[in-house]
Design a protein around this ligand. Structure first.
Ligand code: SF4
Length: 1024
């Protein structure tokens, strides 16, 4: 029986395991398996499962493939045992989803990093969520089993050996604490305590019994004997805990706190037993018991808790989609939280209207002036957010609504809730950016990090390691420091900081900088440069190691002072609220005066500066990875910090050429520290996290990630598209309609013959393609040139006969762009009565690679049947950061003889190439969004006749890419394909209403077709 067959209750289906098993040798996969398993197999060991936080050495034994995946039961949702973990899935998964889950669980079991590329529409997010949550549940059960075993051993020891009263108390304490760690019935229901795949149906009673074995009843195992006298046992080697003093009042303690405290007492007790043991095991224990205790102690220091899952994705919108998947489609229920921005969650109207929410909020919180902030903890205890509450799994919108109802701040509540959650969703800068990570309380040690939509991680990590400071920001710091010095508060410390700020302002203003990168409205000088090393420059601008040490000290003293002031303010507010104000009027004013300090914005800037300077310190491994720049740009180009481009108050000024005639007041000077190596921030994440999973629809080419991020990825998986290969075409055309090569190189794009050839080719395609069509070009300037030319030649009018034309705007607000998209979609929906010829209906959107259309927008079904790609979008060759990055990679592309431990990077040319192909892959992913979708990808670019260029495309495209020499040959193929697909839709009865209503619904549910909707409707737990 095939695994795809509908499972029956308690039925065990033995699939053709070559489809899914993760085995050493590359299996011969049937075409429908749609997964590719390659590179080093991840060794899964029993040890890894039982000692969860210890990174095990890979073992050569690989579990029998038969044990890898089986369907063991079916009650509402499907349940699979994948690599020893029971995974509940809302419906029959695609083979590629099974492949992903298998791959992911094996990486998690063995605490290794992995990369998964799977095209959009293949149900990637749901598969990842189910796999990681199932693994966590299984991990928790095993973890508890280990603890239960140790407890049983302690019980036996205490029954056969005389323990001092104090130690008995200790044993009793840990036992008491364990008894109070809450366990939800819902949580225990799916606990994988019976790991055998043969378990079949497990009744609730059996599970409850199993759970009880892990955390036995509430009676302490060792009861203190009231008769016994206190005997001080002087033989105890471990430090004696003060009885009671360090016990948190249990009624108020969180489960995490309770568990941690229980673990701590357990370690004490085990250590005591080990310390007492002589050559032979103590009475009641065996040698194996002693080994187990030793093992436990050896690893106990690392066993802090069950790993928390951080699930990061690119945008807040994508975070919401993930929360919805968890809530609506999976049976997993656990403490989850979402980290978001103030812009989304702030409920203070004045602050929201201000246009710079972060800054305003910081000011108010500093001055203890925001009411909702005072009572934000109210939200933490809200019953809706508790286990089995209506909002057990909540999104930012939910907590914002709840915040409004209770008038308490959702932003700070969400941050606190994430500190005790098992699963935290967030945009991935909360994980990558060390500053944001610190202030949001993201803890990576021993936890699992999943970065979805990770195709931009490399750039995002470089940005997170970099810092740019304007002279305006430095002015503010200098002025605030002056004020504090004048007031006589921490005079020496504020003078140190103020002197640095003033020195940097003066240096930035200096007009004699050796600017070497000159653009229209920007000029840049970069260090190190010939004649001046980075160290020389840092010395010159007061950033020598000696001064940095002084600065560090000063900042930490100021930080301590600010903390003190804040807690005084908080106390005073509390006193006020409780009518306990002990201050007389004059005293109060004096206190107010005393409470001035540097603003949060300035303190953040100083922290960021110190972090970067830490990387530039003489003993830092990253000191070669930075370039320091002094940038002068016209104000028209610079957007003030904290102001969104689409914000109500921001109006960009007219671009002005930089030069001697431009007054200084119209310029912004910037001190930049550019990290050229994403490993600066990523290697820290990798060293702390238990497992990192990078995943996206377009990670290809994968090989650059490991070298650029300086992290070992022990495995990678490239999944195929879930779409049948008959339902899409990928083709490249070498020559245009004139017979000339279509080569979109820089030297050709201004040739009118090239522009005309492109226009004619698009007009030909438009006259064949039904419904929606997207055309991507490398830059806005080329797009403008093409439009201007096609207007003159009337090619545009020809296109407009078939489709309504839309053009992606450069700049503009998000709202404007959303309106444009809605009009595009509306015109497609209105324009498709069945009577119209397919090619005469629809719309075409011209867009730019890396632009707004190219990422994060779903053009499923008739919203896009054809994607046309023009040229290869290499980054701007002369952009200063691109130039520096290329040089840097060239320098690092061969092993460093002085430091062989330093990793080797791709050379600059390769890195540059990869940026272009990643942008193409991203654009290609706009269409073909679910199994029943269909469409065509056309590359109007002769360079795709070369195999090495095709090889850089995502696997699901490259393996089906056909190359045509002439446009006429391509036309024949296109005609045949469109005709066959349209006929298929008509035969299948997919008329307008079906396409309008049912297909988008399928897509949003992650389902595959109208037929499967019916099946899933019956079985889905969503409908119960
Ligand atoms: S504390 Fe909360 S409610 Fe107050 S301004 Fe900040 S984000 Fe808004």
């Amino acid at each position: 029986m095939s695994l795809h067959s509908q499972g029956t209750a308690a039925a065990e289906i033995t699939p053709d395991i070559s489809e899914y098993a993760y085995i050493d040798t590359k299996p011969s996969l049937p075409p429908e398996a749609n997964i590719e398993l390659k590179q080093e197999p991840i060794a899964e060991t029993k040890q890894a499962e039982l000692k969860p936080d210890v990174k095990p050495k890979p073992e050569s034994t690989t579990p029998s493939a038969v044990e890898c995946i089986r369907v063991v039961e079916d009650f509402g949702h499907k349940t699979f045992v994948i690599s020893g973990v029971r995974v509940h899935f809302p419906f029959q998964p695609y083979p590629s989803q099974l492949g992903m889950m298998n791959h992911m669980i094996r990486a998690l079991n063995s605490a290794q990093n992995t990369m998964i590329e799977s095209p959009t529409g293949s149900g990637k997010s749901l598969a990842l969520l189910c796999a990681v949550l199932a693994w966590r549940q299984s991990f928790e059960a095993k973890h508890r089993q280990t603890l239960a075993n140790v407890r049983q051993t302690i019980r036996r020891y205490s029954e056969h050996n005389s323990m001092s009263f104090v130690k008995q108390m200790l044993a009793a304490k840990h036992d008491d604490l364990f008894a109070q760690v809450p366990v939800s019935k819902e949580g225990s229901k799916h606990v994988d305590t019976l790991q055998s795949a043969d378990s079949g149906n497990i009744s609730d009673e059996a599970l409850a019994e199993a759970w009880n074995q892990i955390i036995p009843g509430s009676q302490p195992l060792v009861k203190p004997d009231p008769e016994q006298q206190v005997v001080i046992d002087t033989t105890i080697a471990s430090p004696m805990p003060k009885p009671d003093a360090d016990i948190t009042p249990i009624a108020d303690a969180s489960p995490v706190l309770l568990l941690n405290q229980a673990l701590s007492y357990m370690r004490e007790t085990v250590q005591f037993i080990l310390d007492q043991a002589k050559a032979t095991p103590p009475d009641g224990l065996t040698a194996a018991d002693m080994d187990e205790l030793r093992d436990y102690i050896q690893n106990a220091a690392q066993v802090k808790a069950i790993p928390r899952i951080y699930f990061g994705t690119r945008t807040h919108k994508q975070v919401s989609q993930l929360v919805n998947e968890l809530r609506r489609k999976t049976p997993y229920r656990l403490r989850s939280a979402v980290l978001g921005s103030r812009a989304q969650t702030c409920i203070n109207h004045q602050v929201k209207k201000s246009g710079s929410i972060d800054e305003e909020c910081r000011k108010l919180v500093d001055d203890s002036m925001c009411g909702p902030h005072h009572i934000y903890r109210k939200l933490l205890a809200h019953k809706k957010l508790q286990r089995q509450g209506d909002l057990e799994i909540w999104d930012l919108e939910d907590i914002e609504t709840l915040g409004r109802e209770t008038r308490s701040c959702p932003y700070f509540a969400a941050r606190d809730l994430s500190g005790t959650a098992d699963l935290v969703f967030c945009p991935y800068n909360y994980i990558l950016d060390p500053g944001v990570r610190g202030s949001a309380g993201v803890e990576l040690e021993g936890n699992v990090v999943i970065l979805d939509e990770a195709h931009n991680v490399e750039n995002a990590a470089r940005d997170s390691g970099s810092l740019e400071i304007t002279d305006e920001q430095l002015h503010v710091v200098a002025a605030e420091c002056r004020m504090m010095v004048d007031r006589g508060t921490l005079r020496m410390e504020h003078e140190t900081v103020g002197t640095l700020a003033s020195t940097l302002v003066n240096w930035l203003k200096d007009s004699d900088h050796p600017y070497e990168y000159l653009e229209f409205d920007t000029q840049t000088a970069v260090w190190p440069r010939s004649g001046e090393s980075l160290d020389d420059l840092l010395e010159r601008i007061l950033l020598s190691p000696q001064f940095v040490a002084q600065l560090q000290k000063a900042v930490s003293v100021i930080e301590g002072y600010i903390k003190d002031v804040r807690s005084r303010k908080e106390k005073r507010r509390w006193d006020d609220e409780n009518n306990l104000n002990r201050y007389k009027k004059g005293q109060l004013m004096e206190e107010e005066e005393d409470s001035r300090h540097l603003s949060t914005g300035s303190m953040r800037l100083l922290e960021q500066l110190l972090r970067v300077l830490g990387h530039l310190a003489p003993d830092s491994p990253f000191r070669q990875d930075y370039r320091v720049a002094c940038i002068r740009k016209s104000k028209s180009q610079h957007m003030p910090e904290g102001v969104a481009a689409s914000g109500p108050k921001y109006r960009p000024r007219k671009r002005r050429k930089i030069g001697p005639d431009l007054p200084a007041s119209d310029c912004v000077n910037v001190l930049a520290f550019w990290a050229l190596n994403p490993g600066v921030v990523f290697s820290e994440i990798a060293s702390k996290a238990r497992t990192i999973v990078l995943t996206s629809g377009t990670l290809s080419p994968l090989d650059s990630y490991a070298s650029e991020l300086q992290v070992k990825f022990s495995s990678t998986l490239e999944a195929n598209h879930v779409i049948d290969s008959q339902r899409f075409r990928a083709l490249a055309v070498e020559c245009g309609t004139s017979g000339e090569l279509l080569e979109g190189k820089y030297k050709n794009v201004d040739l009118l013959s090239f522009q005309d050839d492109l226009g004619n080719a698009i007009a030909e395609i438009v006259s064949r393609s039904p419904d929606g069509m997207l055309v991507f070009v490398p830059s806005y300037s080329l797009l403008a040139k093409l439009m201007a030319r096609w207007k003159v030649t009337e090619c545009l009018s020809e296109i407009e006969v078939h489709k309504r034309v839309f053009i992606e705007p450069q700049g503009g607000s998000k709202e404007e762009f959303d309106r444009l998209l809605t009009t595009y979609r509306d015109s497609l929906a209105k324009n498709r009565p069945a009577s119209r010829q397919p090619a005469l209906r629809g719309a075409i959107m011209f867009a730019v690679y890396r632009g707004k259309v190219s990422e994060g927008i779903d053009f499923s079904d008739y919203f896009c049947r054809t994607v046309v790609n023009i040229g290869i979008p290499y980054p701007a060759f002369k952009d200063v950061k691109v130039v520096l990055k290329r040089q840097y990679n060239d320098d690092r592309s061969t092993p460093n003889r002085d430091d062989p431990s330093q990793g080797v990077l791709l050379n600059g040319a390769k890195w540059y190439d990869i940026q272009a192909f990643r942008a193409i892959n991203q654009a290609l992913g706009r269409c073909l969004r679910h199994k029943m979708d269909w469409g065509v990808i056309i590359m109007l670019e002769s360079r795709f006749a070369q195999r090495w260029n095709v090889e850089r495309l995502s696997k699901w495209v490259r393996q089906y890419m056909g190359v045509y020499r002439t446009f006429d040959e391509a036309k024949l193929d296109l005609d045949a394909f469109y005709k066959a697909r349209i006929k298929e839709d008509i035969d299948a009865g997919i008329d307008d209403s079906l396409a309008n209503d049912i297909l988008p619904a399928c897509s949003s549910l992650g389902l595959s077709s109208p037929t499967t909707v019916a099946i899933h409707t019956v079985n889905s737990p969503l409908n119960t």
